[in-house]
Design a protein around this ligand. Sequence first.
Ligand code: SIN
Length: 303
Amino acid sequence: MKLDLSTKIGTVLFKNPVLAASGTSGYGAILNDIFDVSQLGGIITKSITVKPRKGNPPPRIIETSCGMLNSIGLENRGIQYFLDENLPRLKTFKTNVIASIAGNSDEEYAMLAETLNKQVDAIEVNISCPNVKEGGMSFGQELHSTRKVVETVKAVSSIPIIVKLTPNVTRIEDFAKVCEESGADAISLVNTYKGLSIDIRSRRSNIGAFTGGLSGPAIKPLALYAVWKTAKTVGIPVIGCGGVMNYVDAIEFFMAGASFIEIGSATFREPDASLKILRGIKQFLEDENICCLNDIKGVIHEC
Ligand code: SIN
């Protein structure tokens, strides 16, 4: 029996469903020093903005109980630097390249999407960053602004559009439905949960920008629930993200209905976590005599 882990978003084929999450592996090269990133299904870049951004004041990352709080503030060198300096190396890896984009306005999202169209395999529209004053999560917390930005990006793109959703809403599945109606080809969820950590001696936040976004094992059950609700609501592929630390977590996300998983915080603990998770998924499927992911996708007994 030959194991087939390939899966599609729109017309784009991915050799397997394991993706490096945005913001956790730079632009691929840094991970490739540790393992051959061409083995992954895809690499999602750190979010790219129109102009360079310096990001938020330090401390930007702290460890919390079973999790990690970050407030990077979308630091990056802007679209032109990405095209000139990062993309050529990224394209040498034999894996799909997904460019994450973040804007302050519909126009900025459109400019980024239009510029990247056909340069990369897909675009992840980040409307869920909790760490910036303008744009970011505010686009993903109102149904009408979500609809508008997705329609705007879709209108200028001929490659698949993935929308990354924030869990900082009451019913994430409603946002996913709006994305699907607006032409999104896939949904990724969840971005981080907005959080706070306090130094009781100084009575200050442990994060330079005061609040941050929580990721890691602490949020896994919440992310899994969000994926399960969303996968029942939309027909497009759902990419599960949030505390996937090992292959068991990954299989749970597939059983909740995810077609792909993104590995994020785990990479900070173990830089080759995504490769280990991929190997674990393969081993599990072989042990269970399962030849493709569809045989476990959304397969959970609900009573
Ligand atoms: C950040 O750059 O602050 C994190 C990005 C995100 O949460 O989307």
